[in-house]
Design a protein around this ligand. Structure first.
Ligand code: UD1
Ligand code: CA
Length: 457
């Protein structure tokens, strides 16, 4: 049966103390509701309805940027009259013969496997409810059972003293047939302690029709926790990060400390990968077999080849590092950088739109921008490519085997030929042919009998 998902996201999130709608607050740099949408997509939901109340424009803009999917439908709930009313906003879109899963935009850590369990337990003639037993059920709707059969949900504020002792609570997540759901929602009343249209009242309606309510349970409580303030948001962030860290370790990576890593995207690893503390991974990062990442590195949208070592405090973004390379400490590879096999960059080296050829080295204090460097080139300390005249960018080409003496400026566009040498301290503005030495600096004068200034007594 096909599946649609309704995500409740109308809450303003007053306790966030923010102008941003609550569900746009981020876990792992992705809006909470983005995690929920991801889960819905992994379940192959045909349609995803987002019920919003505040900040519709920014919600739509944020959730539809950088995506080609058109499975999202935004449904406004102008007045927040309760969870039942919220789901009912999507009723005009729901089909009678589909399954409808209700999720919450501020509950980002529900595992897809848990939702799959919920889908699996739903009886053909009935519905499925995600519940959990809590030592302290205070505040939640309680699951009311008669002879172990679910007959309804009673909200905290409507519960009797006896019902308040029930530990099995409603997570809010449920699954029902579209036709059933619409019928039950259209019959809801707001005659209760909060004067709201409770989604939870559909459980009793289902039971009254003689239909069965099956239950499934999450593996851990955090899967069904929401964030109402920034303290809870931070706690969800930690739970998410620990889950990611554990997944990496299960996949074979060694983490010096799983509580000191932040993954804000996807990390794909080979074998024998080692990651030291306080590293941040963003976008999509691929670490091949044997890669070592030192402490305090930030890696974003990059590929690191086999056995390469990223030393501490390096920053790599949109770059490709080949096999057997070393980077850092304190190196910065900016977008468009490629390091070929067995090449090396050391401390305070910055590269942008630059290719460093096989076996080439830039050990210290260097800027290489818009540069193509061949194989076995040595770039001396303090080399700067002057690639920018204030308006335009120009290219530097350094051919195989060249040797650039320390503290040289290469004024682009400029070409340094095969095995050419640049004398230290040169400002090179003209091409140097293969095998030539280029020197461009003031001549040294040695003055005999020079007297240093002396202090007057
Ligand atoms: C709800 C459940 C309760 C459950 C608890 C789990 C009902 C009546 N109660 O209670 O059984 O234990 O969640 O956390 O469903 N929302 C809207 N529009 C509305 C009202 C709510 O979009 O008109 C959204 C909120 O933004 C929130 C979610 O629905 O994300 C839950 O609403 P909330 O008011 O927090 O429900 P609870 O009272 O906590
Ligand atoms: Ca709540």
């Amino acid at each position: 049966m096909s599946l649609s998902v309704v995500i409740l996201a109308a809450g303003k999130g007053t306790r966030m103390r923010s102008s941003l709608p609550k569900v746009l607050h981020r876990v792992a740099d992705k809006p909470m509701v983005g995690h929920v949408i991801d889960a819905a997509r992994q379940l192959n939901a045909v349609n995803i309805y987002i019920v919003y109340g505040f900040g519709g424009e920014i919600l739509k803009a944020t959730l539809t940027e950088n995506t080609t999917s058109n499975d999202l439908t935004f449904v406004e709930q102008r007045d927040q009259l309760g969870t039942g009313h919220a789901v009912d906003m999507a009723s005009p879109f729901l089909k009678d013969d589909e399954d409808v899963l209700v999720l919450y935009g501020d509950v980002p850590l529900t595992k897809v496997s848990t939702l799959e369990n919920l889908l699996a337990v739903k009886p053909e003639n009935g519905m499925a409810l995600l519940t959990v037993n809590l030592a302290n059920p205070n505040g939640y709707g309680r699951i009311v059972r008669h002879d172990n059969t679910v007959v309804g949900i009673i909200e905290q504020k409507d519960a009797s003293t006896e019902q308040l002792l029930i530990n099995e609570i409603n997570t809010g997540i449920l699954l029902a047939n579209g036709g059933d759901l619409k019928r039950w929602l259209s019959n809801l009343s707001s005659d209760n302690a909060q004067g709201e249209y409770y989604l939870t009242d559909i459980i009793a309606a289902c039971h009254k029709e003689g239909k069965v309510i099956a239950t499934a349970h999450p593996e851990t409580e955090v899967e069904v926790e929401g964030a109402n303030n920034r303290v809870q948001l931070a706690s969800l962030e930690r739970a998410y990060q620990l889950r990611e860290a554990e997944a990496l370790m299960i996949a074979g990576a060694s983490l010096r400390d799983p509580s000191r890593i932040d993954i804000r995207g996807k990390v794909i690893i080979g074998q024998e990968v080692q990651i030291d503390i306080n590293c941040i991974f963003e976008g999509e990062v691929f670490l091949a077999n044997g890669v070592q990442v030192g402490a305090n590195c930030i890696l974003k949208d990059c590929v690191i080849g086999e056995n390469s070592i990223i030393k501490p405090n390096s920053i790599i973004e949109q770059a490709v590092v080949g096999d057997e390379c070393s980077v850092g400490p304190f190196a910065r590879l900016r977008p468009g950088t490629t390091m070929n096999r067995d090449s090396h960059v050391g401390n305070f080296v910055e590269m942008k739109k630059t290719t460093l050829g096989e076996g080439s080295k830039a050990g210290h204090l260097t800027y290489l921008g818009d540069t193509i460097i061949g194989a076995r080139v040595n770039i001396g300390a303090g080399t700067i490519t002057c690639n920018y005249d204030g308006v335009n960018k120009f290219q530097t080409i350094i051919d195989d085997g060249a040797f650039i003496g320390s503290n040289s400026s290469l004024v682009a566009p400029v070409f340094i030929g095969i095995n050419a040498t640049v004398g230290a301290g040169s400002v090179i503005a003209k091409d140097i042919e293969a095998e030539q030495l280029g020197v461009a600096r003031g001549k040294q004068k040695n003055i005999s009998g020079w007297q240093r200034p002396t202090k007057k007594s």
